[in-house]
Every structure is written in C-alpha cells, then in structure tokens.
Design a protein around this ligand. Structure first.
Ligand SMILES: *Cc1c(COP(=O)(O)O)cnc(C)c1O
Length: 427
C-alpha cells in the first residue's frame, strides 16, 4: 500500500511545482508518484504508509554512515542549544576546514558554502577571476549543480527531464562553456587547442556519478592534468560525490592525480546542507576579501549545525577500517548482482568504484554519456518497481548511483541481492 504517499503527492503538487523540491525526486523516469518518507534509521527508510525499505539512495550520497547516525545526532543536540546561526565566525568552522585540508592535501585553503551548486559556481568564478580568462570546459553527462554555466550537456535530473539545455540559460552564457565527451582525451586536446587562450578552467567529476557511475579510463585524469598544467588552465575536480566516498582523500587520492581546485558537498555536510571549494593557496587567496576580491558570500555559510555534522562525519570516516568495510560490502553486493545478471542471461553492465555503483540495462560497456544513454529505460523502470516490491529503494533513474553505507549489514546485502534477482526476472 502506497496510498498515503499518493495523497501527499497530490497535495504537494498544488503548492510545490511537480510536488518536489528537486526534480531528481520526481518519478519522471519510472512512472507513478514519488514516495514520501517519514523516518530513516541506519540502512532503512520508512515511507508515509509505514513500508520499510533498505535505502541505496542515501540522500543521493551524503549518508555514508546511514540514517540518523547516533554520533552526528548527539553532536547536533549538543550544539543546537547554543544558537543555530550567528553570521559571524565560529570555532567549529576551523575544525572542519582543518579536517578537510588534512584529508585532501591538495586543498590548502577552503571556503564553506551551503550546497554543491554554490561550490562549483564559486570555484569557476574564482578560476575566471584568477586567470582573467572566460571559458570553461565540462564533460557531456557530468553534473555540477544548477548554475547557468553548467546546464550544458548536463547529467542527472537534467537528463530525465529531457532538457539538457535548460530554457532560461542565455546563449551568451552557453557560449562560454565548451564540452567534450568523458574519457575522450583526443577530443579534449582538440577543443583545448581551439580555446587555449580563453580557457579558465576544466571541471570534471573524476568519477562520473550523474550519468550513472562511470570510472575514468586509465590515463584520462593524468592527461587532463598534463594539458591544464602546460597551458595554465585551472583543473577543478568536482568531488561533490566522490569526495570522502571512494577514499578519505577522494578520487584524487584513489587515482593519484592532483587538481588545482576541488569542490565538495554531500558527505561533507553529514546530512545537513554544506558545500565547500578549495585548493591552492595562490588561487584561494584571490577570493574576497583577499587578492583580486573575487565575489563570494553566504548568510548561512559555515553554519554551526552544518559544520558540527560535517566534523563528526569526517572524524568517523577517519577511523581505521571504514573504507575497507565499504569496499567489502559493495563488492559483495556487486558480485550478487553479477551472478543474478549471469543467471538471467541479460548481460547487463555494472560499473563500480568502491561504494558507488550503477547497473546499466545494456550489454555494452559504458564509458561515456552516449553509451549510458543507450541503456534500456523501460527495462530499468520495471526493475525499479521490482526492487521496491522486494523492499529495496534505489534511485528512480538509470542515470544515478547506488550508494552503499557503513550500516548496510550482511543481511541487508543478502536481501538486496534476492530482491535484485526477482526484479531482474521480471524485466
Ligand atoms: C550533487 C552534485 C552537485 C550539486 O550539489 P547540490 O548540493 O545538489 O547543489 C555538484 N556536483 C556533483 C558532482 C554532484 O553530484
């Protein structure tokens, strides 16, 4: 029974466009109406009708410790009594900044904001201000939030709403963004050469997560690093998903490639609204009130509740064994899915990096956006509803990742594999 969700959805659509405050939540790609949720505890979420599901959306990535992590909840209870916002500096901002700079050594200085969108938008403005150049390169299918300059060949909800180039983005803005296919260094080289005196930055998800999970091909990130170093272009790794997800130091640690700037979000907020951008001191020293005074500001930036949640999150992730456990759980899940795929003969492709993975309903290898678009949407939709019937909540779109958390138990993984097998049998 999902009647309560349905009636809440009908009510929501009267006052909230589409009934959702972010289009990725709408069930546009799978049909039906979104579920409304009342509770999250550990690996499980409970909807408004009282149905319980094992959750692999995990708020689209932030909840790497699962829902209502006791350590984060306790810390929030402690600080909430001391005031929720000052609009002035607090100690906890330094604590989180110290942790970020220690865990991600390429970040020498960092500024906190309230969302991933703000982080990428500000990072690109800073790169432009710092270099005095205009253009930005991004990759087809990569999502960097909803600032105008990124809504060109963007991933995630822009894909499922069928509007990759959004109305409202001016031709002028669009013409300052150039694109290339992910994992295609040859095309990158060509586009970079054509625009080399104008390119301020190349921004990339080092592990694509918003066209489904697509790892970088061997040499891709190294190639970007080489080209940008040679030409004085700022290399920005958008690690809003991969940061603290695939290793304590993110994808840059995993692949051993050091960007000039990094954008963070999702996990860094411990489930509260936080984003951050940082990098070389030389570049960060051009942000207002310093250097060239590149503009950036935020009434609630560095909010004490959000910073506290972030500090507890990162401290928990620094404890020994966390990433080994995540890898073991995710590997077990992927192996179970692979076995199900083999026994049904569907030949579907699974891409996985650590605790982020996507099953693409296609037999082709998926290394870029074009290949991701070749996946069977109808089959995915039937699969999605089958998983729900089996008590498992995965993202309602093929262009998303499943996130494994530290609290997905062995029993959760087994139930998920069983549900997956049954769902596949019906696609
Ligand atoms: C989610 C995401 C963003 C945007 O973050 P918001 O907090 O939703 O604004 C930017 N970049 C990447 C890679 C993301 O996954």
């Amino acid at each position: 029974m999902r009647d309560t969700s349905k009636s809440l959805y009908v009510r929501a659509t009267q006052v909230i466009p589409g009934g959702v405050n972010s289009p990725a939540r709408a069930f546009g790609a799978v049909g039906g109406n979104p579920l409304f949720f009342d509770r999250g505890e550990g690996s499980r979420i409970t909807d408004a009708d009282g149905n319980s599901y094992i959750d692999y959306v995990c708020s689209w990535g932030p909840l790497i410790l699962g829902h209502s992590n006791p350590r984060i909840v306790e810390a929030l209870k402690r600080v909430i009594e001391s005031g929720t916002s000052f609009g002035a500096p607090t100690r906890v901002e330094i604590e989180l900044a110290d942790l970020v700079c220690e865990m991600v050594p390429s970040i020498e200085m960092v500024r906190m904001v309230s969302s991933g969108t703000e982080a990428t938008m500000s990072a690109v403005r800073l790169a432009r201000g710092h270099t005095g150049r205009t253009k930005v390169m991004k990759f087809e299918g990569c999502w960097h939030g909803h600032a105008d300059s990124f809504l060109i060949q963007a991933g995630s909800s822009a894909l499922t709403t069928g509007a990759p180039d959004s109305p409202g983005v001016t031709d002028g803005t669009a013409s300052d963004t150039v694109t290339a296919p992910f994992n295609d260094l040859e095309t990158v080289e060509k586009v970079v050469q054509e625009n080399k005196d104008e390119l301020a930055a190349i921004i990339v998800e080092p592990i694509a997560g918003n066209m489904g999970v697509i790892p970088p091909s061997p040499g891709f990130l190294q190639g970007l690093r080489q080209m940008t170093s040679d030409l004085g272009i700022v290399l920005i790794f958008d690690e809003v998903i991969s940061g603290f997800r695939v290793a304590p130091g993110g994808a840059q640690e995993l692949y051993g490639v050091t960007p000039d700037m990094t954008t963070l979000g999702k996990i860094i907020g411990g489930g509260l609204p936080v984003g951050a951008f940082g990098g070389k001191k030389e570049i960060m020293s051009d942000i207002s009130p310093l250097g060239k005074k590149v503009s950036q500001a935020g009434t609630l930036s560095g909010n004490p509740l959000a910073m506290t949640a972030g500090v507890e999150m990162l401290r928990a992730l620094r404890e020994p064994g966390v990433y080994d456990q995540l890898e073991a759980s995710a590997a077990k899940l992927a192996a179970g899915w692979e076995a199900n795929i083999a026994s049904t003969g569907l030949g579907y492709t699974i891409n996985r990096v650590g605790s982020m993975m996507t099953m693409f309903c296609t037999q082709e290898e998926v290394t870029n956006f074009e290949a991701a678009c070749g996946a069977d949407q109808d089959a995915f939709s039937r699969y999605f509803w089958g998983m729900l019937e089996g008590g498992v909540y995965v993202a309602p779109s093929v262009f998303e990742a499943a996130f494994v958390s530290t609290v997905h138990s062995g029993a959760d993984i087994e139930q998920t594999i069983e549900a997956h097998g049954k769902a596949l049998a019906k696609v």
